[in-house]
Write a protein that binds this ligand. Structure first.
Ligand SMILES: Cc1cc2nc3c(=O)[nH]c(=O)nc-3n(C[C@H](O)[C@H](O)[C@H](O)COP(=O)(O)O)c2cc1C
Length: 328
């Protein structure tokens, strides 16, 4: 897939997830086969730009191009300034969030709340596209609620504003995360616009990725929650799309190695105190389907030091590996 001047290595995209898709996780997903990884959103509120959180979110050291950074907000001038600020700090693609239903975001009329006001959508997109020389992409839900599924209208506004790719999460804002995502609206959008379209929502397996691509005709798929604790899902989908072959789940020894590398990058990125805490949810996701996972997670949540956390993780996955070898 092509986004402006950037030719992606494949059509698999890691979805932006606040609190999850920090630089260590994006780098890991890219290394395991994602063609693009969108950063967590950076607020358009300049008052927050000096915070530790924003400083970390604009740190792209060592990331493989293209670096895509998401911005959120509802004021065209502030959004344009946020786009310029991120481009000055290394963003090579700016992604606009009109897809996040979080209360914190919706109450200030950003994220998916914007979908209600089409003229404002147009003004924001124009302002951001005109503010930066890099490609601007947009992420939307299918509409505000099932009665006002205006995704098609928003897609047309996006195309005429010069948006270079559109991600569509197949739910309305009102649907939250309930029910199953529908991809019919994405299919209709793809048929109506000529910019690249990325289908998103409930893609959890290689088979589902291929089905959604076929059904929608989309140019790429975007994966969020299914990559939590399973960053190798990208190489699984990529192999399946190339060969029809289903890779086996990684063995515990390999999961242990991937997780240990992930943890070391979290400690280096956040420092020990925050790194150990950020790591807990990832460790919980990686161990979700594993034997004795509950006991392991309650142990992990009590550990405060990076050395102990890493050693406990290594022991756990070594034990799983030994058990598996004995059983074989
Ligand atoms: C923890 C979490 C945080 C999210 N944060 C954002 C965000 O900052 N910006 C955004 O556009 N979408 C955000 N999303 C929505 C995802 O990008 C994605 O659209 C949604 O999870 C559906 O895809 P999935 O079924 O593959 O998870 C978030 C989702 C989750 C679960």
């Amino acid at each position: 897939m092509q986004i402006g001047p950037w030719k992606l290595s494949n059509n698999l995209v890691l979805a932006p997830m606040a609190g999850v898709t920090d630089r260590p996780f994006r780098q890991l997903c890219r290394a395991l086969g994602a063609g693009l990884a969108v950063s967590e959103m950076v607020s358009s509120n300049a008052l927050l730009w000096g915070s530790d959180k924003t400083r970390r979110r604009i740190d792209h050291t060592g990331e493989v191009a293209p670096v895509s950074v998401q911005i959120a907000g509802a004021d065209p001038t502030l959004m344009a300034a946020a786009a310029r600020f991120n481009v000055d700090n290394g963003a090579q693609i700016i992604d606009i969030n009109m897809g996040c239903p979080a209360k914190k975001v919706c109450n200030v009329m950003a994220g998916s709340a914007l979908l209600q006001d089409e003229p404002l959508v147009g003004r924001i997109l124009d302002a951001v596209v005109n503010a930066v020389a890099v490609p601007v992409t947009l992420k939307i839900r299918t509409g505000w609620d099932p009665a006002r599924r205006n995704g098609l209208a928003v897609a047309a506004i996006a195309e005429s504003a010069g948006i270079q790719a559109l991600s569509v999460h197949g739910r309305t804002r009102a649907c939250g995360y309930r029910g199953e995502a529908e991809h019919d609206t994405t299919r209709a959008i793809k048929a109506a616009v000529s910019i690249p379209v990325i289908a998103n929502g409930d893609i959890t397996t290689p088979e589902r990725a291929v089905e959604v691509l076929r059904h929608t005709g989309a140019d790429a798929v975007m994966i969020g929650r299914a990559a939590q604790g399973r960053p190798w899902i990208f190489r699984e989908i990529s192999r399946y799309m190339e060969t029809g072959e289903r890779l086996p789940e990684p063995a515990p020894a390999e999961i242990g190695r991937i997780l240990a590398g992930h943890l070391q990058n979290l400690y280096a990125f956040y420092g020990e105190y925050t790194g150990v805490r950020m790591a807990r949810k990832h460790i919980a996701w990686y161990s979700k389907r594993q034997r004795d996972g509950n006991r392991f997670r309650s142990l992990i949540n009590k550990i405060e030091s990076a050395t102990d956390q890493l050693a406990t993780v290594s022991d756990y996955f070594s034990q799983l590996s030994e058990r598996q070898e004995l059983a074989a």
